[in-house]
Write a protein that binds this ligand. Structure first.
Ligand code: ATP
Ligand code: MG
Length: 260
């Protein structure tokens, strides 16, 4: 039973230690994320979405409660190089080509021995649709292409858990929709557990098997909504369908209530 769980939080408290006191961000978080799950996270600005991802990535120690990542502490999971992070802004090195950037172990952790049959960067560039651009430099790419390089780099270490913090926030809607489809296809192929923060209600519904709604002041879990009933076998749904529209209305109301 335990080995089907990717992330488990019990009464988790997160915050930042200041010079005089600790700033509390999230309190009393109870959450179980199953292996292979695609969890999207919504919530008002400043409620603690990035903070939660940071804790899972072992970039921030819990203030209280319990957090286990793949059955161990977040730092053990990081040491075993099982978690990768894609930040809001693609953090590529400008003096290295696309291919060289994908090779870089810039993730939170990188497996020293890849489990992949084909671990070459070209394989991962192909997966994100960039196989022709491997020898370009970051400044020769569009924002969306740069973000895809960052995703290829994260996928390259075959993480068990992929943390994505508003990765498509700066993109136009058409490009974002296309990358959403690519990401869903990759998720379906790799079975990676994905935690994906977004401000877009539509994106949260379209990508997630469940959506976690966080509230602010104090930061806490407000709702956890199952989206699987509206998905087909490959995890896809139609953005225009009545169920999606209804869920969007519901989520919009929750976000309004939780922003106060
Ligand atoms: N290093 C830090 N030290 C102290 N407080 C911090 C630090 N980083 C973030 N905070 C505070 O913690 C709270 C949660 O921040 P966090 O970045 O997790 O919000 P968020 O939900 O990701 O917001 P957004 O949607 O704007 O990205 C905010 O009130 C923020 O000001
Ligand atoms: Mg954030």
């Amino acid at each position: 039973m335990g080995d089907t769980i990717a992330i488990e939080a019990e009464g988790l408290h997160l915050g930042y230690a200041g010079s005089t006191e600790t700033v509390r961000v999230l309190s009393g978080v109870d959450l179980v994320v199953r292996k292979g799950e695609f969890l999207t996270i919504l919530g008002p600005s400043g409620c603690g979405k990035s903070t939660f991802l940071r804790a899972v990535a072992d970039l921030l120690p819990p203030v209280g409660g319990r957090l286990t990542v793949l059955g161990k502490t977040a730092s053990d999971a990081r040491r075993r190089r099982e978690v990768a992070f894609v930040f809001q802004e693609a953090t590529l090195l400008p003096w290295r080509t696309v291919r060289q950037n994908v090779e870089l172990p810039l993730q939170v952790g990188k497996k020293s021995i890849s489990r992949s049959v084909d671990s070459k960067p070209s394989h991962w560039l192909d997966l994100v649709g960039l196989s022709d651009l491997g020898s370009r430099y970051p400044h020769q790419l569009s924002g969306g292409q740069r973000q895809r390089v960052a995703i290829a780099r994260a996928l390259q270490c075959e993480p068990d858990i992929l943390l994505m913090d508003e990765p498509f926030g700066a993109l136009d809607e058409i490009t974002r929709d296309r990358l959403n489809d690519e990401l869903l296809a990759i998720w379906h192929r790799t079975g990676t557990t994905i935690l994906f923060v977004t401000h877009s209600i539509t994106e949260a519904i379209y990508l997630g098997g469940r959506v976690l709604v966080l509230a602010a002041n104090p930061g806490r879990v407000q709702a956890l909504i199952d989206l699987m009933p509206m998905k087909d076998d490959n995890g896809f749904c139609r953005r225009e369908s009545p169920e999606v529209q209804e869920t969007a209305t519901h989520l919009r109301q929750l976000l309004r209530d939780g922003g106060a």
